[in-house]
Design a protein around this ligand. Structure first.
Ligand SMILES: Cc1cc2nc3c(=O)[nH]c(=O)nc-3n(C[C@H](O)[C@H](O)[C@H](O)COP(=O)(O)OP(=O)(O)OC[C@H]3O[C@@H](n4cnc5c(N)ncnc54)[C@H](O)[C@@H]3O)c2cc1C
Length: 352
């Protein structure tokens, strides 16, 4: 019997798996998708080089000691978010956006190579064959779990590193305590209802016009736009959060792409009309991340969730490690690192 099975290869699951393997435990990681990273997703060019992030972009190491320590531990660098120049205020359809200086966001930084660099660094430290892809966990019992293909896996401890509302929909034998299930279902998955657009260009032409790349828009479809170039300005890119409701995004994908290009051109001029790549990642359409309830509730900023989500269940054989359950920076990259590390520490302490 394995020591631990971790379900989910987001940052929290990989962090837990890495620390448990490093401590000498036998670990298997089961991931429903065909790739690692969960909400961390990188758009890559034909040569495999990272073009930009379709999930998270930012860390705040000056205010996030756990994120700062993990960046150092994994040898991953960061650089300041580009904020030099004027922002654009996009107030009304048919009107040219207004140039305005906007205050920068203190301590906001990008990860060199994107947050995917953390995922790659953690994966590279796992023994070969530990991670199995396309393995969707469907049911959990005291002595193991069952994947959707009917395979049984047994382990002394199971760590569920998947969004709490997604985990709440699994089949548990025996049933989970009602207060735990309530807390799971009441925990929104941060950014799950959102969609992000990434436009990659030959060069950062907006910088040459004294623009920071930042746009605040009441017109849309992108409600916020930011510069998303690499540390030395290459690859050149802008990203934005889509303001359309998830149902409209799903029903009118081509119209949305067209409207995004129109907005980028309205804001940044004709150079913006022909990006090398334009990708829209709709997280609401991913059932491994977004649950039906995430799509109907108004978005709330993540808050520290009840302690029961951080407690061991079933005599220590079942634990949850996911950014939303973290007691520090819940919902964020730092929360995912913290949740993974604390869960691994608790399992190791239980063993000794
Ligand atoms: C658009 C967007 C922008 C964001 N911006 C920022 C930002 O700027 N800064 C920041 O700090 N954070 C940001 N976040 C949040 C950040 O991405 C998350 O905090 C972090 O990635 C969560 O990692 P996790 O491992 O806890 O969860 P996840 O990444 O959600 O990982 C969960 C994993 O579980 C897997 N899974 C689900 N169900 C099953 C199953 N049944 N069986 C097996 N596997 C399963 C999923 O496929 C996934 O791999 C953003 C998120 C998004 C989507």
């Amino acid at each position: 019997m394995l020591d631990v099975i971790v379900a989910g290869t987001g940052l929290s699951g990989l962090t837990a798996a890495y620390l448990l393997c490093e401590a000498g435990l036998s670990v298997r990681v089961l991931e429903a998708a065909g790739r690692s990273g969960g909400r961390i997703k990188t758009l890559k060019g034909a040569d495999g080089a990272a073009l930009g992030d379709l999930g998270p972009s930012w860390v705040w190491p000056a205010h996030q000691p756990v994120a700062r320590d993990w960046l150092a531990r994994l040898g991953v660098e960061s650089f300041p978010q580009y904020e030099t120049g004027d922002a654009l205020i996009d107030m009304a359809a048919g009107q040219a956006p207004m140039r305005r200086p906007l205050p920068g966001q203190h301590g906001i930084r990008r990860i060199t190579g994107g947050p995917g660099a953390l995922v790659t660094a953690l994966e590279a430290r796992l023994p070969e064959g530990v991670v199995r892809y396309g393995a969707r966990v469907a049911g959990i019992s005291h002595d193991g779990l069952r994947t959707a293909d009917g395979a049984e896996h047994s382990a002394k401890t199971i760590v569920l590193s998947m969004p709490l509302r997604v985990a709440a929909a699994l089949d548990y034998t025996p049933a989970l305590p009602a207060d735990l299930l309530d807390a799971m279902q009441a925990s929104p998955t941060w950014m799950a209802p959102q969609a992000k657009a990434l436009a990659v260009y030959e060069c950062a032409f907006w910088r040459d016009s004294g623009l920071s790349g930042r746009v605040a828009s009441q017109v849309g479809p992108l409600v916020e736009i930011h510069d998303h170039c690499g540390a030395d300005g290459s690859p050149a890119a802008l990203f934005g959060f889509v303001g359309w409701p998830a149902t409209d995004r799903a029903a009118h994908q081509d119209v949305l792409k067209h409207a995004v290009l129109e907005q980028l051109t309205r804001c940044f001029g004709a150079n913006a009309a022909n990006p090398v790549a334009l990708e829209i990642e709709d997280w609401a359409a991913n059932p491994l991340i977004a649950s039906p309830r995430d799509l109907t509730e108004p978005p709330r900023h993540p808050e520290i969730r009840p302690a029961i989500l951080r407690a061991a269940q079933w005599d220590g054989t079942l634990r949850f490690a996911i950014a939303e359950a973290a007691a520090r920076s819940p919902g964020l990259i730092e929360g995912a690192l913290d949740a993974g590390a604390r869960t691994a520490a608790a399992i190791l302490e239980n063993q000794s």
